[in-house]
Design a protein around this ligand. Structure first.
Ligand code: NOJ
Length: 759
């Protein structure tokens, strides 16, 4: 058998493209190849580099041909990647390269940001966005994506809240699975699949104070119970890769954390794929203060189990010396190389290094050709992700014949519409709100536009937001005085029947390294809103933002508020669909909206406390802030529709549940309004008494359903012991007998409740 494998390897090495003749046994194949490799070639495989526009291509190809690079990211076209793969095929062992990219919420077609996808609570729509992203990326020669990001985030100050799926462990875990399956399709080796690399392992969403890259200090119970399950779900769904986080965990950086990367990930969870460090994370072990120098950083990382080091040169520089000195073992290197080769095998690259690169003659003549995009899917997914927060006096939907004044710095903002991490999306292909509304209103449209305000009036903030843009400043500033901008908008408002104001954040405000101390809409825009309100015209706020905002005043000022996040390439059309009632909004918040920064954290599923605040009672000596209303502005799971839904007749199939049995919770849902519409019915469970304190409620199921006007349906949720399990103080995962409350609602706050006993 062994001889056979060696023989087939030899055949493969003799001629590129003959990899198909190699053994179908992955382990044997990888072991055989490993035996052929020199130390330099092995270390070369551990190097993952970013291809910037400024990098000398000739030199990179030389390095690849010398076997000194294992994979790249940020080069994203077939013509760019083909010469690099050609170089790999000239290397001694012809080990193919892989090409990675941050395909987070779309590739050429940009779907809504992940937080918005979560707001759809629509697993089919989310899966569709992932599948299309994979197809588009694979067609551009991408083999692997650094996604999904499944960091549970409960601190909206953190700019990367926009990249995740919100605050709830169950919802994020469900989406983690859907995304991995969508990216990888039938298998990561399929030509139109890309390998998923789940990130940021682990707990990145819990950085202290929401400050990016900061520390995480967390009890093991909280970790296991609330923060780790989404990574686990992604791995159980077959994610081929894991990216480490830039933060530390209980005093040890993730990228040198042997407990995290080996005991938990490999031994406890059985992960068999590739691990990569995040950008520069190995080097940063020095800054964390756990490594004296680069040599020690490389040693800690490889020993912890970081297979590939992203964009630093430390492995190449230090591993040979460390090995020679006996500070690391040959097996430390071999284990890492084995995973890199294994991942390439799983991506199908040994069978065909050009699987996703294809032949030059088949390269798309125009990368941005409209037929390479998936606009109708993006529009549908986007409108499913919009959340109607307010709608007084049925201000929405608007009549297409109305005289509408569209104002605000985000009304004509194609870059912002795409959100951060917009992969290969192009602003000139994204539909702004202005474009979308005009198209919906047709020829007869009476749509006037005035900018009204800049994103920010703070020059320092503007400078920060524009710092990283080499080509052109991303946040364009209208140099006219603020008062003049407002006056123009007010004039437009006065002449209109209704005002639509597109306000919120520029996309860079909800991004990596964009933590905020303040969750308000920037002051320049709040002034505009105030002035618009004073006109007395009906005021619709279209919010664009990548995190919850504290919109306490705006909630009072506006007649309607539509949360649109950053809705992607087709955002303008999707928002127009909702504004004009061509689509009835159905999104629900995937995280709580706090009233103020001071209230954070406000996640709904907190532990029970001894002196809870009781609404309606004086708050003295209960858990609250005395200087503001207690409770969030909008609860988790909240979102309105143009129709009304009622819940009634909640029933449990039994008042007891046996450990091996199941229990059904049923509820009647009725569309009591005059429009067809979708809603999300949510089921929460509370373990009333336990050996340790349990959350006040936890999401355990949901169903999104469409009901015609007047239609009703009985929904059934089935619970078993598994749904009641938790990690106790000994980290044992078990359910405890006793009383459980089951709550069903259209958001996490307003629920119907029944109880049962677990025997
Ligand atoms: C740094 C980010 O933290 C990570 O999410 C991303 O995948 C890498 N850079 C590569 O772009």
């Amino acid at each position: 058998m062994k001889k056979l494998c060696l023989l087939s390897l030899a055949i493969a090495l003799a001629s590129p493209g003959a990899w198909a003749a190699t053994a179908d046994n992955k382990e044997a194949f990888v072991s055989d190849l490993l035996k052929q490799m020199t130390l330099d070639e092995k270390i070369g495989q551990l190097r993952l580099i970013s291809i910037g526009p400024e990098m000398p291509r000739e030199l990179i190809r030389k390095e690849i041909a010398a076997g000194r690079i294992g994979g790249t990211f940020n080069s994203i076209t077939r013509p760019e990647n083909r010469p690099m793969q050609d170089a790999a095929m000239r290397s001694r062992l012809k080990i193919p390269m892989f090409f990675a990219y941050d395909v987070i919420h779309g590739h050429r077609t940009i779907f809504p940001i992940p937080l918005a996808l979560a707001a759809s609570w629509d697993m089919d729509a989310i899966g569709l966005s992932g599948r299309i992203s994979a197809k588009e990326a694979a067609a551009d020669s991408i083999d692997l994506t650094f996604a999904p990001m499944v960091d549970v985030s409960r601190d909206p100050r953190w700019g990367r809240t926009s990249e995740g799926f919100g605050e709830d462990t169950y919802l994020v875990s469900r989406i983690a699975q859907v995304m991995v399956r969508a990216f990888q399709g039938p298998a990561p080796s399929a030509a139109d699949s890309i390998m998923a690399s789940v990130k940021h392992f682990a707990l990145y969403g819990a950085v202290e104070g929401g400050r990016d890259y900061n520390i995480v200090d967390m009890s093991l119970v909280k970790m296991y119970q609330d923060y780790l399950p989404p990574y686990r779900a992604a791995i159980d769904a077959g994610a081929g890769g894991v990216m480490t986080a830039l933060n530390s965990i209980n005093g040890v950086p993730a990228s040198s954390n042997t407990w995290l990367m080996q005991d938990l990930l490999r031994k406890e969870w059985g992960f068999k794929g590739l691990t990569v460090s995040d950008h520069g994370a190995v080097f940063e072990l020095i800054n964390h203060g756990v490594a004296r120098d680069g040599r020690e950083a490389a040693k800690l990382a490889i020993k912890a189990g970081i297979d590939m080091s992203m964009n630093d040169s430390l492995y190449g520089k230090e591993l040979p010396g460390l090995l020679k000195a006996g500070d690391i073992a040959q097996s430390d290197i071999d284990n890492a190389v084995r995973e890199v080769l294994g991942a390439k095998y799983d991506m199908g690259l040994f069978k065909d290094p050009y699987l996703r690169i294809g032949k030059a003659e088949q390269d798309p003549a125009d990368l941005y050709a409209p037929e390479r995009m998936h606009r109708s899917e993006a529009r549908d997914v986007a409108r499913r992700s919009l959340v109607l927060l307010e709608n007084r006096n049925q201000t929405l939907p608007l009549a297409k014949t109305a005289k509408i004044a569209l104002v605000g710095p985000l009304a004509k903002a194609p870059i912002d519409m795409m959100g951060s991490w917009a992969a290969a999306g192009r602003p000139d292909q994204s539909v702004t709100l202005f474009d979308g509304m005009r198209a919906a209103m047709g020829q007869q449209a009476t749509l006037t536009y005035a900018r009204g305000a800049n994103i920010t009036g703070d020059a320092k903030v503007l400078g920060y937001l524009n710092f990283l843009n080499f080509d052109a400043p991303e946040v364009v500033d209208d140099p006219r005085p603020a008062a003049q901008l407002i006056a123009e908008a007010v004039k437009a408002a006065q002449q209109a029947d209704v005002v639509v104001a597109a306000v919120g954040e520029s996309r860079g405000m909800s991004h990596e390294s964009s933590s905020r101390t303040d969750l308000n809409i920037p002051a320049s825009q709040r002034e505009l809103i105030k002035a618009l309100k004073a006109t007395g015209k009906p005021l619709v706020l279209v919010l664009m933002n990548g995190r919850p905002l504290s919109i306490v005043d705006e909630k009072e000022q506006a007649d309607a508020i539509l949360e649109t996040w950053f809705a992607g390439t087709e955002g303008g059309n999707a928002i127009a669909d909702v504004l004009f009632g061509d689509y009835n909004p159905s999104g629900k918040l995937p995280l709580t909206f706090p009233r103020s920064v001071g209230q954070i954290p406000t996640y709904y599923n907190h532990l029970s406390i001894g002196r809870p605040f009781t609404p309606g009672k004086p708050g003295n000596y209960t858990s609250q802030y005395f200087d503001d209303t207690t409770g969030p502005l909008y609860p988790f799971g909240y979102g309105l529709s143009y129709t009304d839904f009622s819940l009634s007749d909640m029933a449990l199939s039994s008042t007891t549940l046996n450990k091996s049995g199941t229990l059904d919770a049923t509820i009647k849902v009725k569309n009591t309004g005059r429009r067809d519409g979708e809603t999300v019915v949510q089921l929460y469970v509370q373990d009333v008494t336990g050996s340790m304190i349990r959350p006040v409620k936890e999401l355990k199921g949901f169903q999104k359903l469409m009901l015609k006007a007047g239609e009703e349906k009985v929904l059934r949720f089935t619970l078993s012991e598994d749904d009641l399990k938790f990690y106790n103080t000994q980290l044992q995962y078990a359910a405890e007998p006793g009383k459980f409350n089951v709550q069903i609602g259209l958001n996490s706050r307003d629920v119907k409740q029944q109880s049962f006993e677990l025997l």
